[in-house]
Design a protein around this ligand. Structure first.
Ligand SMILES: Nc1ncnc2c1ncn2[C@@H]1O[C@H](COP(=O)(O)OP(=O)(O)OP(=O)(O)O)[C@@H](O)[C@H]1O
Ligand SMILES: [Mg+2]
Length: 247
């Protein structure tokens, strides 16, 4: 199982959108996917149209006295796609504060997922938090969606500083996904070039255009693949190919 965190410490850059679309695209290739929604807002669950809060969530999974069984916590939201949601975000943080080590905390929690799934995709909140630290330790790859604005591009140093503080190898950041690309503006083009000058070319995927259909689909609880088959799909497929190349 390849474990991926979708992380950026900036809010609203498209983390949840990317997590959901990657998960949906990969499951369509007959791969078994576990999407782990570890942002307090549970946006992935909303974007996939989950209507009722599940009885058991990640919070129950990490209960150190009566841990829930993994199967009880996962919702089969689509074929080949399991979804693990969260509740009690503040209590999760408290529990993690009590843990003696966080660098291997999730290894045990997710032990049973290894043999079931091909990919685990974890959607993160835009913050430095103990849970995010545990996630960044746990995963094999970090994928960073970013907007093509100069402030977002400068914000990359915060991500790398965070990894350095945790003593995590910065090479874990495998891909940068430019999102909300506005094809009409020169500024977006310039900022894309700026991004390409900072990172190795092979780390940057093709950009995802800014399209209102993406928001519409999410509001309808669908991915763009389910909502509208247009050229937007090709942009996502390029990203999916790059993810598969990661292993
Ligand atoms: N390429 C795009 N074109 C148009 N709208 C987009 C695009 N990508 C994301 N959005 C919209 O932007 C908003 C923020 O996206 P999303 O929730 O995925 O970001 P996020 O980084 O997960 O945010 P948060 O930090 O709050 O978790 C959503 O309304 C989403 O539908
Ligand atoms: Mg989000």
């Amino acid at each position: 199982m390849h474990k991926i965190a979708i992380y950026n410490n900036k809010g609203g850059v498209g983390k949840s959108t990317l997590a959901v679309h990657l998960a949906d695209a990969l499951r369509r290739l007959d791969l078994k996917i576990l999407l782990v929604d570890l942002d307090s807002q549970n946006d992935c669950s909303l974007f996939l149209g989950l209507e009722e809060k599940p009885e058991k969530t990640f919070f129950n999974l990490i209960d150190y006295r009566y841990p829930a069984d993994l199967k009880e916590c996962i919702i089969e939201i689509r074929d080949n796609l399991g979804l693990l949601t969260n509740t009690n975000y503040e209590l999760i943080e408290k529990d993690l504060h009590r843990a003696t080590r966080i660098d291997n905390f999730l290894d045990k929690v997710f032990e049973k997922t290894e043999e079931i799934y091909d990919y685990m995709i974890i959607d993160c909140s835009p913050s430095r938090s103990i849970l995010n630290s545990a996630i960044l330790f746990y995963v094999d790859s970090i994928i960073v969606p970013t907007q093509l604005e100069i402030a977002s591009i400068r914000g990359f140093s915060d991500i790398y500083n965070y990894l350095e503080d945790l003593d995590i190898d910065s090479a874990k950041v495998k891909l940068v996904v430019p999102n909300m690309f506005d094809t009409r503006t020169k500024e977006a083009e310039d900022n894309l070039n700026e991004l390409k000058s900072i990172f190795d070319e092979d780390m940057i995927t093709s950009p995802i255009n800014r399209r209102t259909k993406i928001t519409e689909a999410s509001k309808a609880g669908k991915t763009i693949f389910e909502y509208n088959s247009d050229t937007q799909l090709e942009q996502f497929y390029n990203i999916v190919e790059r993810v598969i190349e990661l292993g």
